[in-house]
Design a binder for this molecule. Structure first.
Ligand SMILES: *Cc1c(COP(=O)(O)O)cnc(C)c1O
Length: 374
């Protein structure tokens, strides 16, 4: 059997061990230490975010984002439906109420019209939502300026889930820095990894100070352990941050490698009548974390699942698009605004192997399997 081609495997640069060794040599084997400080600085410089806190996961970052914004039990939080469950789960940690919003077909991300309709409705019935969580799916910028101006118009705070979009830009500005708060993930499958980790960023220093405090068990700055609030243990380890430092050295290269994957897929499959791709609108720059194809037409014999099984038979991993949250058993009681765009994308899409170390010949092989399936 030829080695498995994974969807998005970790891709080390070789310097990660140097930073881990430093941690061992200096005995900083703890959730505090020089690698964490340096990694936070790297992220600050790269993204242009003014304030950064490195955390145990992207999910923890979202949870703390909601905490520092003061989201409480019963508050409505509007969230893009077509996303990974981690975008929405933290809303429920606080007993707040998720409301799901459809996507628009251009970027596959939250639809500004559906979002505004939802806000107007809740305002009319006297239940003004508190916050919006938008997502940049597979690295593609959502219509961020439209979303931001809707949030400003109605006085809602905006959280950008940029877990998949580190390195993506809109009008030359890095994603994650448009919202009141932004989050990144360094899980094993993301564009860079710390084996598991995340970060919360904001131009507002108070938010990040508060998040750092909550992530450290809400310890008051006194010698004995004094607590006025419930805290969490959400800090990143100094070992993980060492991996992150090595990965940050090659992040610009990783973005180019992922974008090259997309270009090669497009060259081989762009002419196939039944296949479409997620296209960059003007002013958008995607890190192309994952390349996903969309079948214009599906029939009994032509489905994303059929392609997935054909690839699997060749030991190649592919994956359906995220199943929309409003279709998830765990969220069936939640309200949903919009039409069937997200559901349609889910039924017609397939994420293709997109690792930054994928060879052109592997992409060629994948494209051949796909062509033969259609
Ligand atoms: C990966 C991911 C997260 C969660 O990040 P973790 O670091 O795995 O907790 C959140 N949102 C989206 C859209 C993701 O893809």
């Amino acid at each position: 059997m030829t080695p498995r081609i994974w969807l998005s495997p970790p891709h080390m640069n070789g310097h990660e061990m140097k930073y881990i060794q430093e941690a061992f040599d200096t005995n900083w084997i703890a959730p505090i230490g020089p690698n964490i400080d340096a990694f936070e600085n790297n992220l600050r410089e790269y993204t242009g975010a003014k304030n950064v806190v490195a955390l145990a996961s992207g999910t923890a970052a979202l949870h703390l984002a909601l905490c520092v914004l003061g989201i409480q039990s019963g508050d409505l939080v509007l969230c893009q439906s077509l996303t990974f469950a981690a975008s929405a789960n933290p809303i429920t940690y606080l007993n707040a109420i998720p409301v799901f919003i459809d996507s628009e077909p251009d970027t596959w991300n939250v639809c500004p019209d559906a979002l505004e309709n939802a806000i107007k409705h809740y305002q009319r019935i006297g239940k003004k939502p508190k916050a919006v969580i938008c997502v940049h799916l597979y690295g593609m910028p959502c219509k961020i300026l439209d979303i931001k101006s809707i949030c400003e118009k109605y006085g809602l705070v905006l959280i950008e889930d940029a877990a998949e979009a580190l390195g993506s830009e809109y009008e030359g500005q890095k994603l994650g820095t448009f919202g009141d708060l932004g989050i990144f993930s360094f899980n094993g499958n993301k564009i860079i990894t710390t084996s598991g980790g995340g970060a919360l960023v904001s131009s507002n220093q108070k938010y990040i100070e508060k998040a750092r405090y909550l992530a450290t068990q809400a310890r008051e700055p006194v010698p004995h352990f004094e607590h006025k609030e419930i805290g969490y243990n959400y800090r990143m380890s100094n070992i993980s941050a060492g991996i992150g430092r090595g990965q940050m050295e090659v992040l610009p290269e990783r973005v180019l490698q992922r974008r090259r994957n997309f270009a090669v897929y497009k060259r081989h499959l762009g002419g196939v009548e039944n296949i479409r791709f997620q296209e960059e609108p003007p002013a958008a720059f995607s890190n192309r974390w994952l390349t996903a194809l969309l079948l214009s037409e599906t029939s009994e014999s032509v489905t994303p699942e059929k392609i997935r099984l054909a690839l699997e038979a060749r030991n190649i991993e592919s994956r359906p698009l995220w199943k929309p949250m409003h279709l998830q058993p765990v969220f069936t009681k939640c309200e949903y605004w919009g039409g069937e765009v997200a559901e349609n994308l889910f039924r017609r899409g397939l994420c293709l192997p997109s690792g930054s170390d994928l060879s052109e010949s592997s992409i060629f092989e994948i494209c051949e399997v796909i062509s033969l399936t259609l």
